[in-house]
Design a protein around this ligand. Structure first.
Ligand SMILES: [Zn+2]
Length: 448
């Protein structure tokens, strides 16, 4: 099967670095660039050399030491920027100059204070200048999605004729929808002479949470490069998330039959390194790289996961480099998950001992929400030390009732037991339904 190859253009070091609190020094940028190389990105946008000496040095250092991917440097459509960008990347094995110039009327009028005609001329001249220095030239009409479409087509045609090899279509303000964005790319492909000679690229911002969806719509409309960042960092609400785009293609090749060169197993490490360097933590529920992305707390989910991960997992944590699917132990956890974690900590219990561990565990979990291994070890030690005091559990009684009775008779329990609500209609109906195919796990009474 011959699937189109999508070029992954990572801009964590440029667009990403522009996000609040995400600035990095030269060493940090170099370290991240080396990780992006291991991750297998095709293009690293290393920075904006005219912006500062630090940025210039970082781009130069990355160009000198990261040799496999293309190294791109950003430049506004002015000679000084283009020349400075070239100075920074000329030592790269595969340099690219990325020229940006806004094309929307609102940017032309208020930011650049130039006419459309002047814009067209600047675009053409800057690409010519960049092309004279570097064979690989990308052009971005900033705010493309809010530009007049006829004018946008004119500008793109001019830069293609001037030698641009990639044309990137930024949704700079994150205003587009997937339908709009796909349609815009199709219009460009239909109307612009020579467009078939260049690579069309997406660059979508996440102000409406649509960056990834818009990028995917762009790919479906013929884009063959996607600009994105690790953890979706970037200006304001961020950029399209690299890991989400890549995994959407891997998990749903039926909808997105495209290939990338990304080494999935390096995704998590890249995300962790970026979070560590910028000290901007990943939101816990972030798709793919958040700490809860592969965590399962609810008892029925945990039990299903232990029997067959496919019950609740559409991709394995290992496929994106997460070391283990972490079952979070909380008050909704079942006995099966608790027993497994105890085993992983080196403790095996018989049924009665487990009753006691579980009883104490639920009381603790109600108090502290998330039971860490250290808490569990403490609790296990208590139970082991007081081994003789373990109340006998009747073999005839379901776990929950037995443990419930044990709680009721214990003097040590300070807090009301959270799971004493089996009378609750919804709780019992879930338990009954579940018991149909899983008779041994009565302890769902405790959690759901
Ligand atoms: Zn951007």
């Amino acid at each position: 099967m011959d699937r189109p190859r999508i070029i992954i253009f990572d801009t964590s070091l440029r667009d990403g670095e522009q996000s609040p609190g995400c600035s990095m020094n030269v060493e940090e940028k170099l370290r991240l660039a080396q990780q992006l190389d291991r991750l297998g990105v095709d293009v690293i946008e290393a920075g904006f050399p005219i912006a500062s000496d630090g940025d210039f040095e970082a781009v130069r250092a990355i160009s000198a030491s990261v040799r496999r991917p293309i190294i791109a440097a950003l430049a506004r459509a002015v000679p000084g920027d283009i020349d400075r960008a070239w100075q920074a990347i000329q030592g790269a094995a595969r340099p690219r100059i990325h020229v940006v110039l806004a094309t929307s009327d609102i940017h032309l009028k208020y930011k650049l204070r130039i006419t459309r005609e002047e814009c067209l001329e600047k675009a053409r001249e800057s690409v010519r200048r960049a092309k004279a220095l570097c064979a690989d030239v990308e052009f971005s009409p900033e705010d493309a999605t809010r530009s007049d479409q006829d004018f946008l087509c004119q500008v793109v045609e001019a830069v293609v004729a001037a030698g641009a090899t990639t044309v990137n279509i930024p949704d700079t303000v994150g205003y587009s929808t997937p339908e709009d964005y796909g349609r815009l790319l199709r219009i460009l492909r239909e109307r612009v002479a020579g467009i078939e000679k260049v690579t069309i690229s997406t660059h979508c911002h996440n102000d409406l949470g649509l960056a990834v969806a818009n990028s995917m719509a762009g790919v479906q409309a013929g884009a063959r490069q996607v600009e994105c960042t690790i953890n979706g960092i970037g200006e304001r609400a961020g950029n399209a998330s690299l890991e989400e785009i890549v995994m959407a293609m891997r998990v749903r090749p039926d909808r997105y039959p495209y290939e990338t060169g990304i080494v999935g197993e390096q995704i998590y490490a890249s995300s962790q390194m970026l979070a560590e360097i910028t000290r901007v933590p990943v939101q816990p529920n972030k798709a793919i790289t958040g700490r809860n992305a592969f965590a399962h707390e609810a008892g029925i989910h945990q039990d299903g996961m232990l029997k067959n991960p496919l019950t609740y997992e559409i991709m394995t944590p290992q496929s994106v480099g997460v070391p283990d699917s972490r079952l979070v132990l909380g008050k909704h956890s079942g006995r099966h998950a608790l027993a497994l974690r105890c085993e992983q900590l080196g403790h095996q219990f018989d049924r009665r001992e487990l009753d006691e561990v579980y009883r104490r565990f639920v009381v603790l979990a109600d108090r502290i929400k998330k039971v860490q291994d250290s808490h569990l070890l403490e609790l296990i030690q208590e139970v082991c030390a007081q081994g003789k005091r373990i109340p006998p559990a009747s073999a005839a009684m379901p776990y929950a009732k037995a443990a419930s009775a044990a709680v009721a008779s214990s003097n040590e329990v300070q807090l009301p037991f959270p799971g004493t609500a089996p009378a609750n209609g919804s709780t019992s109906s879930i338990t009954v339904a579940f018991a149909d195919y899983h008779g041994e796990q009565e302890d769902y009474l405790w959690g759901v």
